[in-house]
Design a protein around this ligand. Sequence first.
Ligand code: LMR
Length: 393
Amino acid sequence: MLDSLNQQPADALLALIKLYDADPRADKIDLGVGVYRTNDGATPVFSAVKAAEQKLVAEQDSKAYLGPEGDMGFVHALMPYIFGSKDPTMGGRIDGMQVPGGTGGLRLAFALAKRSGINRIITGTPTWPNHPQILADLEMESVGFSHAGPVGTADMAALRAAIADAQPGDAILLHGCCHNPTGIDYTPEEWDEVARLVADSGLLPIIDLAYQGLGRGMDEDAAGLRKVLAAVPEAMICYSCDKNFGLYRDRVGAFYVMGKSAESTVKVLSNGHVLARTNWSQPPDHGAAAVRLVLRDESLTKQWLAELDAMRTRMRDVRKALAAADNRVAGLDLAPLAHQNGLFSMLALDKDQILAIREKHGVYMAGSGRINVAGLTMGNIQKFIDALADVTA
Ligand code: LMR
């Protein structure tokens, strides 16, 4: 019976890591999977997280089950950062549960949408490959519209048209900040319009916030989400700490519901608990417990925010340096990279150019032309610009 399954291709992003690892060239450059790197090319554990982990090892006296909702201290400690410190529960209408990373939250959100009768999710494309992959696995329809306009900014006309074409009972997937893969976030004025359009259309927003703090700042990166939540009656939010706490392999995420009332939120989350139980039973504890300890300790919180600031500043510097090289790479428009946000931007390279830059110059990027700007350092950026100039000449 098992033999009837067809061989599946390896996940393209994860396969790229293997190709990069196997390349013997010392000056190779990895712009593939979205992990942050320092100017020395390292992905260290945040010192605030390390201190919290040491505290955890010293103080934790049990590893008994917590239940499908996971560490609710962690879930609640994040809420002022996401929803604002004034009224983080929106009068008791927002609550959540711990989930295994951003992917766990998305799986749960989409499955809950399906349980509540939603079958179509409107999604700006290109998007992170796991968005359509999870929807396909749940046999839900993903209706694409073009997110990126021709000048490296959001295509608002396409968004307006997609919302106008929506059917009652559809949901819309929005990237909260640091859009993956384009780096094109809505401006504050565009978010005002997004909030209005989503509210008027009656669509259910599902907001994926996986990079808070890596774009413009913690509050700035949540401002769009807060505008949408203020305008609509209900929403679901998938949050990841994998990037902004550097906890990738610990799978640290939270899922939140804003219901029409506190009672409705409790009901939705009870369905979330059932889905968690049947999928992963309970989320992994360690990373979430470390985040809770960081956020409950004033000096560790300060240390974490300072580390996050340094990451954001470094990525802005790399973006500025790439944009400044615009006239050296005749075949590509690099200027918009300066206003885009977060780890990613998309370069308009074709398949042959992406292969050539890998084979000839040892530069590894996703097949879509997505680059992780954190893979560039002040030491390798000139080589990258020269390689780009070469393959686009
Ligand atoms: C990425 O887009 O590179 C990351 O989010 C890694 C992943 O899980 O695909």
